[in-house]
Design a protein around this ligand. Sequence first.
Ligand code: SAH
Ligand code: SF4
Length: 386
Amino acid sequence: MTTPVNLLDFDLDGLTSFCEGLGEKRFRATQLFRWIHQRGVADFGQMTDLAKAFRDKLAGVAEVRALPIISQHDSRDGTIKWLFDVGGGNAVEAVFIPEDDRGTLCVSSQAGCAVGCRFCSTGHQGFSRNLTTAEITAQLWFAEHYLRQHLKTTERVISNVVMMGMGEPLQNYDRLIPSLRTMLDDHGYGLSRRRVTVSTSGVVPMMERLARDCSVALAVSLHAPTDELRDHLVPLNKKYPIDELLRTCTAYLASAPRDFITFEYCMLDGVNDAPEHAQALIELMRTHGQRGLRGKFNLIPFNPFPASGLKRSPMPRVLAFGKLLNDAGIVTTVRKTRGDDIDAACGQLAGDVQDRTRVQDRVARQRTVVLQQMPKPKVAAPRERL
Ligand code: SAH
Ligand code: SF4
């Protein structure tokens, strides 16, 4: 017997083609899509306004298959972290972060990550595989409907999605897009494009495609003002250096749902947190600002994990860094750490990854180099400034 098709793998267009293949009309697919995503129903038998013949047909070839849950951790601050089994010894995490005016779900896109950033626990684990669309969507499907039940509400609980869990979403582009479309679809989760954020370490060609295919809010993990330093922290920078990355960000704004790009900057003690780094960043934003770039900064206090060998910047230094940027007219906030009692904070999502690419080896080898030879930023002499 063939494995049933998982309907979580489809956006509405995909589901429509699938249903048409079964000889059904387009509006039947819309009804089915709404049952699945708006009502959280997996059992075709309960989809009472679908014709019995259609339900029987579906039952023979399809299913709505959730991800098995390995564990759930509830933080004191209301944050919830789930660990999902994606097979083959791999597990990925999703985190729900409640706030007064919104509920945010942080979603994973890959089992592991091949980029191998020095300060990231996922990066240290190496890379196993891309998640399927169904596996990405299943995180939202489960979390939304679990939370509605748990909170005894029929109202939407998750208002924002951030692709900031495990993995580099733009290195899993083809699976990501249908999932984003399901999040945005009025027959699906109906989230606004401003409330769905793709966070990337800077996969330039895919940022260009995202602008055309499904332009949602964009967050870019910058972490350093110079190529020399960024090459060490975010190895992908060697391929797509800062100037090219920021030009692509500027171009993205033309179709973006927000009029700024969010830049993430992980504050690492003694590595990228000196006033000179802030000055260099201000210069960089000034140069690109003249070309039309608008950005806000989000300083993330580093969340340590043993293998990194790095330390979190002391809070006064984070605040001083933020003040320099703010005083220069760059809107900057410091990210609150949530769920750190359950290891759910940024970069602590480690899941379980069967490393297939020896990223772990590379990261471990280069970490020593980073710690010994962390370059100082080159800051332009005053007369060279604009
Ligand atoms: N791969 C994407 C999205 C996942 S990482 C990206 O890199 O943007 C989400 C955010 O967490 C990124 O900004 C990343 O740089 C940050 N991050 C990773 N490890 C971290 C850590 N240990 N402490 C704080 N932030 C971290
Ligand atoms: Fe991958 Fe993002 Fe972690 Fe870098 S920070 S290793 S891109 S998940």
